[in-house]
Design a binder for this molecule. Structure first.
Ligand code: PAZ
Length: 319
């Protein structure tokens, strides 16, 4: 699709996507977060994570969704925190979350044990079972350090509309940080939607026969983000394909269209172990070796390491 101009993006955002009632309040929180960490000399990264839900009815019974678990975003947020960044974590409601993601498959009640009470009147003690929750003490300690230091600002979205408006608000809230702000756009955002004006109010009836959908293109947010909302920031987008043969060409096309700093290109089936970081001058392959996979290393550690040093170089070039 031809890229929509910035005024078109702005226009369709306000006309066709319902503005969430809390967007101004959240924008204020993000601006205050950026101001606090910026004045402490800390860089801030906005990590987007998870898929988007596209409703088919305005009183939504059915919606279109996608595969994204939010693991890339949640694990990357942890590595950014370890690298000294403060993180705004714009994530899909109930997608994976930093630190708790490690126990996503565990039934909480299987991970806890009851120990006898210390005295007759004292309640039984609840203890974490280290076998069901491996590494829990270290993970809990790090989670609490991050929380006490106020280094992680979680912001939730559910629908596509919420995502789009909150991304714009985040970009504007972080723009005062200039080149010290990074945008790491790992969320899998729908390319298609049904405008509110064309959406049936009530549940679509199967008695009316097979369903035919006509969907519009979602406005490309990268364009106004890079040009207008946060023009000095270091911006990373992600590109997912299922056909490895077209991956690099698509990533380069995105860079040529939006003029941001890098695209992390990945293929659905191999995304946990292999990505290519594409910039104007280079295509850097990052991969986990068999030994690293065995040791449960994560590709996000390499992606974040690569981008943190690229961000440092970018900041130096702006001076
Ligand atoms: O969320 P997850 O860990 O299951 O998957 C990560 C990902 C594939 C959604 C991400 O790496 C990505 O490529 N996001 C952008 C997708 C796209 O719009 O092309």
């Amino acid at each position: 699709m031809a890229e929509a101009g910035c005024s078109t993006v702005e226009g369709s955002l306000t006309q066709e996507f319902v503005v969430p009632s809390h967007v101004q309040m959240v924008k204020g929180l993000m601006a205050e977060f950026a101001e606090r960490h910026g004045s402490a000399g800390r860089r801030v990264v906005l990590v987007t994570s998870g898929g988007t839900k596209v409703p088919l009815e305005s009183r939504t019974v059915r919606f279109l969704d996608n595969f994204s678990s939010g693991r890339r975003g949640a694990s990357s947020a942890e590595y950014f925190l370890d690298a000294g960044y403060a993180v705004v974590f714009l994530h899909r409601h109930r997608s994976l979350y930093p630190y708790t993601r490690r126990y996503a498959g565990v039934n909480l009640l299987d991970g806890l044990r009851l120990e006898p009470a210390a005295g007759e009147c004292a309640p039984a003690r609840v203890v974490a079972d280290q076998e069901s929750l491996p590494g829990i003490a270290a993970v809990l300690q790090r989670y609490q350090e991050v929380k006490v230091a106020g280094l992680l600002l979680p912001v939730e979205f559910n629908t596509l509309s919420e995502y789009l408006h909150l991304l714009k608000a985040a970009a504007q809230a972080l723009s005062n940080m200039g080149s010290e702000a990074m945008f790491y756009l790992a969320a899998a955002v729908s390319d298609f939607y049904i405008p509110a004006s064309e959406m049936p109010e009530h549940k679509i009836q199967s008695s009316e026969g097979p369903l035919q959908l006509s969907m519009k293109m979602v406005p490309k947010m990268l364009s106004p983000l890079v040009k207008d909302w946060a023009p000095k920031a270091f911006v990373i987008s992600f590109k997912l394909e299922t056909d490895p043969g077209i991956l690099l060409e698509r990533a380069r096309r995105a860079l040529d269209t939006y003029h941001h700093q890098a695209v992390v290109a990945n293929v659905l089936d191999t995304r946990r172990g292999y990505v290519v970081v594409v910039t104007q001058d280079h295509a850097t392959e990052l991969a986990l070796t068999a030994a690293e996979e065995q040791a449960r290393l994560e590709i996000e550690e390499k992606i974040v390491g690569n981008l943190v040093s690229a961000h440092s170089n970018f900041i130096l070039q702006q001076d």
